[in-house]
Design a protein around this ligand. Structure first.
Ligand SMILES: [Zn+2]
Length: 317
């Protein structure tokens, strides 16, 4: 359905949707602790902040990032703030958002505390994981994007300097995620091309809906390959189990992409997640994974409910 609707630039809505979905999801997360709020703002400021003649500015290419910058500044320092919207270039619909703190008492304290976080990380003093995670989220909000996993597995963060790229890289490495780095024209890009690593990063940043989307697409791809391999050597019975599981995974993905997983009752969400995680498990095996365990017919009952919700969604189309 989505793949047919191609936009002006040959990008389908689903592709734009995946990348934007991550950003929107990350923009909604507000860290609870002050240390993490500061770290996230420091991340955004590290790649997009600038001391100007009469104040301090953070430039954001996306409304989501601008909102986050604004909220974090307010939360942390209650300064007087301005937001300006600039058109990026002629014939370009995209806007640039400038969150600006005009010269005022306390401005030096603000820039000093942001620089303090950045300097600590540049010296390899990584501190708490919660803050590092928030720092990466800030940087991703400012400079990150991802390709729809239906097409290929690719996530990148575009930075301006080798120093920035190296910091992003080593910060990710503190979590066991090793990205590649490549220079393209005036930018240095940090990228991931492995679905597993992209999934780890999304989970780390807190983009759980996007993670689920990625996982379900990955499972579908794997299962199609597996099904192709099995065609000639397995029994008809095995094919039937696999067919049913494939259908269930497709239904779960449809729900995740339209109504969202949150629309499902908790017990249905639970079984949906296990189905994605264990696409080859029988209904009985799925039942034993639940806590408390559920009978085969109980599992079947829940999965049928999911099938019906997906059927209704198709009917509305
Ligand atoms: Zn923290």
């Amino acid at each position: 359905m989505y793949e047919k609707e191609r936009g002006k630039w040959g990008i389908s809505h689903a592709e734009m949707g995946f990348s934007r979905g991550i950003r929107d999801e990350l923009a909604r997360i507000m860290p609870e602790r002050r240390c993490c709020q500061l770290a996230e703002l420091a991340g955004l400021a590290y790649v997009d902040g600038l001391i100007v003649a009469d104040g301090y500015e953070v430039v954001a290419g996306q409304a989501a990032a601008a909102r986050k910058v604004y909220t974090l500044f307010k939360q942390l320092y209650q300064p007087y703030l301005e937001i300006k919207v600039r058109r990026r270039a002629q014939f370009n619909k995209h806007h640039i958002y400038v969150v600006r703190i005009p010269q005022q008492p306390g401005l030096v304290r603000i820039t000093k505390s942001l620089e303090g976080v950045q300097r600590r990380y540049l010296r390899g003093r990584w501190g708490r994981a919660c803050c590092r995670r928030a720092f990466l989220r800030g940087i991703y909000l400012g400079r990150g994007s991802a390709t729809n996993p239906n097409k290929n597995y690719h996530l990148e963060i575009v930075t301006d300097t080798f120093q920035q790229a190296a910091l992003v890289q080593s910060c990710m490495e503190t979590f066991g995620i090793s990205p590649g780095v490549v220079q393209r024209k005036r930018h240095v890009t940090v990228y991931l091309k492995d679905a597993g690593l992209i999934g780890q990063l999304l989970s780390l940043l807190g983009a759980h809906t996007a993670l689920l989307k990625l996982e379900s697409i990955r499972v579908l791809k794997e299962m199609r390959n597996q099904a192709n391999r099995l065609v000639n050597c397995e029994t008809a019975n095995m094919d039937k189990t696999l067919d049913a599981s494939l259908r269930q995974v497709e239904n779960i993905r449809l729900i995740a992409e339209t109504k969202g997983m949150d629309s499902l009752a908790p017990e249905l969400q639970e079984i949906a997640l296990f189905r994605l995680q264990y696409p080859y498990a029988s209904l009985k095996e799925l039942g034993t994974l639940l806590d408390p365990p559920l009978s085969k017919s109980g599992v079947n009952h829940r999965l049928r409910k999911i099938d019906r919700i997906a059927d209704d969604l198709r009917g509305e189309d």
